[in-house]
Design a protein around this ligand. Structure first.
Ligand code: NCD
Length: 350
């Protein structure tokens, strides 16, 4: 059985399989209309979502399958104190595949340890969002045709933006990819992510300076819900705004992506620019999730292609957003390529 918890759970060859499947679905929709007939997707959303939950639901419906689940933790047994582990054990007997979003980082990893069916991480706290990454990759493939030798600007909340973290991990595996980081200093990429980048990045203080270099500009929302101090959010929320004047500095064939929802970080007049690909990106999200559900259900006897060597530790993770701080799970760690000991669930240094 295979899960998708982190974007690197799929090799680049497997990413190609899913993207090619999504392209095939786009071209042959009727052929897939009963592909998951009789199968059930459970959507367990402990945190708000519009696009991700609805696109999973639409994806399963277009594959001829059924969907059950909840969109609000308050309406589930979680409000009675049920652990993720127990909820997953129960849902494993009702459904064939689970898409799960949770505010605690590492929750889908915990879920995968107790599940008898594939788990898809639909976003865990500020940590990861691998199906958004598949959406981003399908969009880049359709818009630009390739992944190699791209310069990708990441702008906004690089600290809490889980879509950024998953995209970096997936894209850094392609040859000649360079990342340009544009954020306020308070919202810089976390250290555990920076070590992923090696020398393949540069940092810029303004969009204007970076714009002429970019093939892709990935804009993000400042993640209000992850701030402890509301005043800090107010101070930072409008730090970077993409407008038509800044777009004029970009290459004619670059693209602008955004996982959405947009707040203020892209002015609405940019939407008319053909390089603004973020609404096309949303549609790709449904097709790539169709391809993912279809593929994971057919990989039921496959071993994971990416395994992390973990060991049990008594060191408590000091990330207060990590699932180990609230659930009675075994504390597991791994050693990264630089010899740093990290929490298996949220990747923070121990
Ligand atoms: C993103 C998320 O939830 O992380 N949205 C999405 O899934 N499309 C980005 C965000 O909320 O800013």
């Amino acid at each position: 059985m295979r899960h998708l918890i982190d974007s690197v759970d799929l090799t680049t060859a497997e990413v190609d399989v899913i993207i090619n499947r999504a392209l095939d679905i786009i071209n042959n929709k009727e052929m897939y209309s009963e592909a998951c007939h009789g199968k059930k997707l459970a959507t367990l959303f402990y945190e708000p979502s519009t696009r991700t939950r609805l696109s999973f639901t639409a994806a399963m419906m277009e594959l001829g399958g059924n969907v059950l689940g909840f969109s609000d933790a308050k309406s589930s047994s979680v409000s009675k104190g049920e652990t993720v582990a127990d909820t997953i054990r129960v849902v494993s007997s009702f459904a064939d595949i689970i898409a799960m979003r949770h505010y605690k980082e590492g929750s889908p990893r915990v879920a995968s340890e107790f599940s008898r069916i594939p788990i898809i991480n639909a976003g865990d706290g500020g940590h990861a969002h691998p199906t958004q990454t598949l959406t981003d990759l399908l969009t880049i493939r359709r818009e630009l045709g390739h992944f190699d030798h791209l310069t990708i600007g990441l702008c906004g909340d690089l600290k809490y933006g889980r879509t950024v973290h998953s995209l970096i991990k997936a894209m850094k595996r392609y040859e000649g990819v360079h990342f340009v980081l544009i954020s306020p200093k308070e919202l810089r990429l976390p250290d555990y992510m920076k070590h992923e980048l090696g020398d393949n990045y540069s940092e810029y203080a303004t969009i204007e300076e970076a714009m002429p270099l970019l093939d892709v500009l990935y804009m993000t929302r400042v993640q209000q819900e992850r701030f402890d101090d509301p005043a800090e959010y107010e101070r930072l929320k409008d730090a970077f705004i993409l407008d038509t004047e800044k777009m004029a500095l970009g290459k004619p064939d670059m693209i602008v992506l955004h996982p959405l929802p947009r707040v203020n970080e892209i002015t609405v007049d940019v939407d008319k620019d053909p390089r603004a690909a973020y609404f096309r990106q949303v549609e790709n999200g449904k097709y790539v999730r169709m391809a993912l559900i279809y593929t994971l259900l057919s990989w039921h006897d496959q071993e994971p292609s990416h395994k992390v060597d973990t060991f049990i530790t008594d060191q408590i993770c000091n990330n207060d957003r990590c699932i180990v701080t609230t659930e009675p799970v075994e504390k597991k760690a791994y050693t990264d390529a630089d010899g740093v000991l990290r929490c298996y669930y949220c990747d923070h240094a121990l």
